[in-house]
Design a protein around this ligand. Sequence first.
Ligand code: SAM
Ligand code: SF4
Length: 448
Amino acid sequence: MNKLDTALVASALQDAGFELTESVKEADVVLINTCSVRRHAEQRVFSHLGHLKHIKKSRPDMMVGVIGCMAQRLGEELLNHDAVDFVCGPAQISQIAELIANDTQRKHKKPAITERIREKLTEEQNRALDDFECAYGIADRQIPGQAYVRVMRGCDNFCSYCVVPYVRGPEVSRPPAAVIEQIKKLAEAGIKQVTLLGQKVNAYKYIAGEKIYSLADLLAAASSINGIEWLKFVTSYPTEEFFDDILQAMAASPKVCSYLHIPAQSGSDKILRAMNRHYTAGEYLELLDEARKIVPDIAVAGDFIVGFPGETEEDFQATIDLIEKTRYKNCFIFKYSPRPGTTADKKLADTVPLQVKKRRNTELLAVQERISDELSREFLGKEVKVLVKGLSKKPHLNTAADRDNPQLLGRTAGDWIVVFNGPTSLTGKFVSVKITKTAPLTLFGELI
Ligand code: SAM
Ligand code: SF4
């Protein structure tokens, strides 16, 4: 979501006559796009701001803006920071060029955020956001050949630990016609993979008269667009609503990638209840069984939070048991971070000590690593189709000596990372790679 917002803002500013620079030293305007999901992410922003405050001493004309979820959450408090000139929330990003151009903003120091974040946006506000999205819903320059398309904004789920509903506002599904039009434009611009985004993307629901459009309808319509070869969607919420339809759409279209990112968050029913997740571990497993029945080769990824208030060793063991059964391709594990304003923070003390959270995090990662290792080995000797992202992250393997054949990185339809050598001209294209070696999260191979 944030990568998409960054790309939209960068495009809008370039349209308004700005140029992008990689160096803070050259920049007239510095924007920090922010995340509030965990405290650590917010702390890093403050440390960047400390650095910028220092630079501003010698360059007082440099403007600094904080955009995104932290801007919405902290508003005035951020504006009072010595380094900050303006603050712009997620619902105001369509005004970003104006905000920068508007000098009075600096004098008046008023944050551009939504005052009553849980109130539904007006039709006009929704349209402004949608127009912005459509105008700049172009290729995300960070990943050649790929683009993100938001299909839903906000969230109404109120998981007790989560700040998202308080910073991104109520759940809204975008009109299907706008989404499909945008994907067509992306295809014309050479985009091959589109990832549809929503906090609970499988709950996408747009009512037009008698017709209810679901994510399955979007996937079917997007599959018929020439040029689009892969469709992915994140993040799914474990609910039966629309679940079968979406999996049937996956099974029916070779373009819909057999990949599901479906966080469980915990394996303990007691903790799931306290998290306000509306399923039990058993129901979650049943959904995965159903998914594997309909799409046998489906790759599944998950998220977990360890050290949620009240999580005992027994609860944690239930999470380990769940991971053993689900056999995720990979999962993201987070230490519980209390977020101001959330129900968990208001009602439950952060009882699990940091040391225990760290230990559980490491233990869970080790279990997942073993499973990922077992699953990755199944690829040995096989050929996989890969969409090439670009140079791998190992700069020492991309030196002058390897200029014509550096180490490249891409992903399969099931989201496995594949590393191989080849010319950089393959970036943004599909290739076939024969897997010769595996690691828990990475497949290594040779270009065919
Ligand atoms: N909407 C998605 C869902 O329901 O799974 C994910 C949204 S959240 C931005 C991404 C992940 O961050 C969550 O799946 C959860 O594991 C983690 N997360 C959210 N709030 C957290 C918190 N307070 N502390 C630790 N991890 C958190
Ligand atoms: Fe947060 Fe839950 Fe909404 Fe995901 S579904 S964004 S975890 S409140």
